[in-house]
Design a protein around this ligand. Structure first.
Ligand code: ADP
Ligand code: MG
Length: 289
């Protein structure tokens, strides 16, 4: 039978906007030694804005943005939302056919009968489309979306996200609780990942990971002993949520599938609520004993 104090712990958590799906997760929180965060939508707001439009020769900024907005019409990734917002008009779905969204890479679609790619360097390597050496004079400050039409590079967009003000507090709270093995996993490029990890004081970062590679990385981290907590927004990371000992999802931005797959849901999307959950778990154990 479940000790009564588990109910007290779950109740205290729910009053703080933390939904814990069972008393066993309070135990698992107490046994955790590693906390792994997703970046986009978890530590950052996941609300991007387009900061640079870099058309290739023969392209204009307007044409490039129109192509990108059409490519991103059917995606609900935060990247897609920002590109449609920058375009400002309603893309015409009648001009689109053969849509594919490749998790951790980008979009492949036919637009006006031509094959359009909108994604990262990994996608361009997989599709064997070469990128010019001279796209940027300096490493860009943000996430880069490359575009190609009929296998030919058409330009790039740079989009920038912001760190959630609460993320600083989240990391500080974990340090205070003695949880120092803090890791960030992301599908984003190394430059943008390192910048965010450095700003937050996160010691370990793994970037440019596909969803399956995030699972493999999490499993490798679990080998080191204690239980692993994974915190994500659920976009492209539902498999990692399921693979971790304690999967924590953002309740506001998170998809229904992520909320379903998670063991704990943070209703307010504030990562610092994880420290609150850990504190409640520790108090709950003290009451049991
Ligand atoms: P994160 O791990 O930061 O949450 P994701 O796994 O969701 O990121 O995405 C990883 C990378 O895949 C993005 O940084 C982007 O380069 C690319 N990508 C994912 N979805 C899209 C999309 N809809 N359009 C363009 N690029 C995308
Ligand atoms: Mg994400």
């Amino acid at each position: 039978s479940i000790p009564l104090s588990f109910f007290a712990g779950i109740g205290a958590a729910s009053q703080n906007g933390i939904l814990i799906k069972g008393g066993n997760y309070l135990d698992a929180l107490n046994d955790a030694s590693t906390v792994v965060f997703d970046k986009t939508g978890t530590l950052t707001k996941g609300v991007f804005s387009v900061t640079q439009i870099l058309p290739a020769d023969g392209w204009t900024a307007e044409k490039l943005l129109e192509t990108a907005a059409h490519a991103e019409l059917h995606s609900n990734h935060p990247i897609a939302v920002s590109i449609r917002k920058a375009y400002g008009k309603n893309p015409d779905s009648a001009r689109l056919t053969q849509y594919a969204e490749i998790a951790g890479q980008g979009i492949k679609i036919k637009f006006d009968g031509k094959i359009v790619l909108a994604g990262n360097a990994k996608m361009f390597a997989a599709e064997k489309v070469s990128l010019p050496d001279s796209v940027f004079s300096n490493p860009p400050d943000g996430t880069v979306i490359y575009l190609a039409v009929n296998q030919k590079f058409a330009g790039a967009l740079v989009i920038a996200d912001e760190i959630k003000p609460d993320s600083q507090q989240a990391i500080a709270g974990l340090n205070k609780l003695g949880l120092r093995d803090i890791v960030m996993l992301t599908g984003d490029n190394k430059n943008s990942a390192r910048k965010i990890a450095a700003a937050l004081g996160i010691p370990k970062v793994y970037a440019e990971l596909l969803p399956q590679e995030k699972v493999e990385r999490l499993e490798a981290l679990s080998q080191s002993g204690g239980k692993t907590i994974f915190v994500g927004d659920g976009i492209n990371d539902a498999p990692v949520l399921a693979a971790s000992d304690v999967g924590v999802a953002m309740g506001g931005v998170g998809s229904d599938a992520a909320i379903e797959a998670a063991d704990i849901v943070l209703m307010t999307d504030e990562p610092s609520k994880l420290s609150a959950a850990l504190r409640i778990a520790r108090l709950t154990r003290r009451i049991v004993w």
